[in-house]
Ligand binder design. Structure first.
Ligand code: AGP
Length: 606
């Protein structure tokens, strides 16, 4: 996902822009650039690769000026090259863009027809050229930008800067978030509050379709129809936008280690002093919910898959779970009595947002479980439940996953309570276990060196299988995703019972099999799957508890023993070894743990 920053300031813009872009690195990118207006002259510097390359360029070829825009690019149209890096410039116009312009080919043809020429193969250059075209037609800067915005189809967050205009920025959002930061005689623009944290804590989020005409002393926001609108200014908790590794080697390591703390904090939010679940019926009345449709992507989808078991088994509530990119185009019927639930760490994933919009006017209620309360998905929900994981910078989602599971389990328990499908004693037992879980996480984290040793062995493999039954099946899926997305080792996950239906053909001594199996009701069946694997020379890494290790015997290639927890809580706890196996395997492989190749932290484009 691209990162956008802009400043009309009192100080040199270049260092502020680079610092703000550094805080957006977590979003993933492959090139970066800035543009400033200096003595009325618009100029830019761009570089491929990490921000350090742009900083080096600026040392040798500085860019002065107190007004500027900056961008980190995650390539969509056009390879990651300097010429395709933002800001894109056409005559007196520079623009930075996050999103995809779906009709850019049609616009390019029109502009070519009008005699304009292109130097890149990006959709963003089309925006700059179209604005230049409108300026050439005699429109002023605001009119030219406004008219350009009216022609764009697709998703965008944009900031325009103009030659000769040291005190003007025009910012616009449609489908990709954009925030305005307010200073003393200064104004800033950023993709999110994290980018703006060093500059200000006074933030205004643009709404869908808004555009803002900014000077150092005025902020004029208009909606898609051009009408003046007021958007609330919020003071952002600075602690929530802290983005540093806190002494850890990687953000991912820090965020894995933070899980006990953030889970405990979330439980304090969702449980009353008497230990009751603090999700009032006014928010969601499960006596009226006949079925749930849950939609998400990636790790968030695996959280939904896990929650399906909980809602069905604890609350006897029928649940459909869908991958957002499939759901939105399949356009499934939404029966009466359906509550649609969307899970998203960023709250900006394009497919999940589109799926949510498909459900509006169809589902009885739109509920979201998000980590960013002011995100698009949160704001377009009837009820947005915060997971309270704190800023998650590592591209591989870790603490957000367990915090999503935490909220989803509480929702399932609330549903069970309201529907009378679980005894008060059982609900109290599970809540007790949940409250004790942060402590259990800490003792499980003590097994890090054992998990690291097992991961080193996995790191030599070309292919790895993950197996699990029941709620351990989505955990196996999550473990496979973690491993492949940060270590680049090919990994696949299967429900253990599926092994004999084909995947067992893959088994030999070169394909390690990670079996996620606490000693639960399904354990014995999983052990027989393990034996089928070992009988064919397969090497099994068993992730279990003490009772499981004793029952499984010593044939496993390696065994990771976790503390025993109630069956309903194992998905949260078993996420930890899945995360640490991937983390240590990636370290062994020398990959970029926090910003794995080709990935972005939030996929705000389709
Ligand atoms: C998880 O490790 C991945 N980074 C990715 O699958 C992520 O979970 C997915 O893109 C969904 O993101 P969201 O939770 O922000 O919607």
């Amino acid at each position: 996902m691209c990162g956008i920053v802009g400043v009309l300031g009192e100080h040199e813009a270049a260092p502020l822009l680079v610092e703000a872009l550094k805080r957006l690195e977590y979003r993933g990118y492959d090139s970066a650039g800035i543009a400033t207006v200096n003595d009325g002259h618009l100029d830019r510097r761009r570089a491929v690769g990490k921000l350090v390359n742009l900083s080096d360029l600026l040392v040798h070829n500085p860019l002065a000026g107190k007004s500027g825009i900056g961008h980190t690019r995650w390539a969509t149209h056009g390879a990651p090259t300097t010429i395709n890096a933002h800001p894109h410039k056409a005559g007196p116009v520079a623009v930075v863009h996050n999103g995809i312009i779906e009709n850019y080919r049609e616009l390019r043809a029109e502009l070519a027809e009008a005699g304009m020429s292109f130097v890149t193969d990006t959709d963003t250059e089309t925006i700059a050229l179209l604005t230049q075209y409108h300026l050439d037609q005699g429109l002023n800067h605001v009119e030219a930008a406004q008219k350009t915005l009216g022609r764009l189809e697709g998703a965008f967050a944009l900031v325009f800067l103009f030659d000769g205009q040291d005190d003007l920025m025009i910012a616009a959002r449609k489908g990709s978030p954009l925030a305005i930061g307010h200073g003393e005689g200064e104004v800033f623009v950023g993709s999110d509050a994290i980018a703006l944290a060093p500059l200000t804590d006074q933030i205004t989020y643009l709404e869908e379709g808004d555009y803002a005409i900014l000077t150092r002393h005025t902020t004029e926001i208009r909606d898609e129809a051009g009408a003046l609108v007021n958007r609330p200014m919020k003071v952002i908790e600075m602690a929530n936008s802290r983005v540093d590794k806190g002494g850890y080697k990687h953000f991912m390591a820090k965020e894995i280690a933070e899980q006990p703390t953030v889970l405990a904090g979330a439980l304090r939010h969702f449980l009353t002093a008497e230990g009751e679940i603090n999700i009032p019926a006014e928010d969601i009345d499960f006596s009226k919910v006949q079925r749930l449709t849950m939609v998400a992507c990636g790790t968030a989808f695996y959280a939904c898959l896990t929650a399906k078991y909980w809602f069905e088994q604890l609350a006897q509530l029928p649940v459909d779970v869908d991958i957002a990119s499939e759901f939105r185009y399949r356009e499934p019927p939404i029966p009466a009595g359906t509550t649609a639930l969307f899970v998203s760490q960023s709250g900006e994933t394009a497919d999940t947002l589109a799926a949510l919009r498909y459900c509006q006017e169809k589902a009885d209620k739109i509920v979201s479980v998000v980590n960013v309360p002011e995100s698009s998905i949160a704001r377009e929900s009837d009820l947005a439940l915060p997971i309270l994981a704190g800023v998650e910078v590592g591209v591989a989602s870790t603490k957000a996953f367990t915090c999503q599971l935490n909220v989803l389990l509480l929702l399932a328990l609330k549903a069970a309570q309201v529907r009378g499908t679980l005894s008060d004693e059982d609900i109290a037992r599970i809540l007790r276990g949940l409250r004790a879980l942060p402590g259990v996480f800490n003792s499980a984290l003590d097994r890090d060196s054992k998990i690291s040793a097992a991961a080193q062995k996995l790191a030599e493999a070309r292919d790895v299988l993950f197996l699990g039954r029941g709620t351990m099946y989505p955990l196996a899926l999550e473990g496979a995703l973690k491993l492949k997305e940060i270590s680049y080792i090919h990994a696949e996950a299967y429900a253990s019972g599926e092994l004999k239906h084909g995947p067992i053909a893959l088994i030999d001594k070169h394909v390690p099999v990670v079996v996620m199996a606490p000693r639960d009701a399904l354990f014995d069946k999983t052990v027989s799957n393990m034996q089928e694997v070992m009988a064919r020379g397969g090497r099994v890494l068993l992730v279990t508890d003490q009772a499981g290790a004793e029952a499984a015997g010593d044939d496993a290639w390696d065994t990771i023993v976790l503390p025993q927890v109630d069956e309903e809580l194992t998905p949260l706890l078993y996420a930890l070894p899945a995360q640490l196996i991937a983390y240590h395997a990636a370290i062994a492989k020398g990959t970029d743990v926090d910003q794995p190749r080709n990935l972005a932290k939030s996929v705000t484009v389709e």
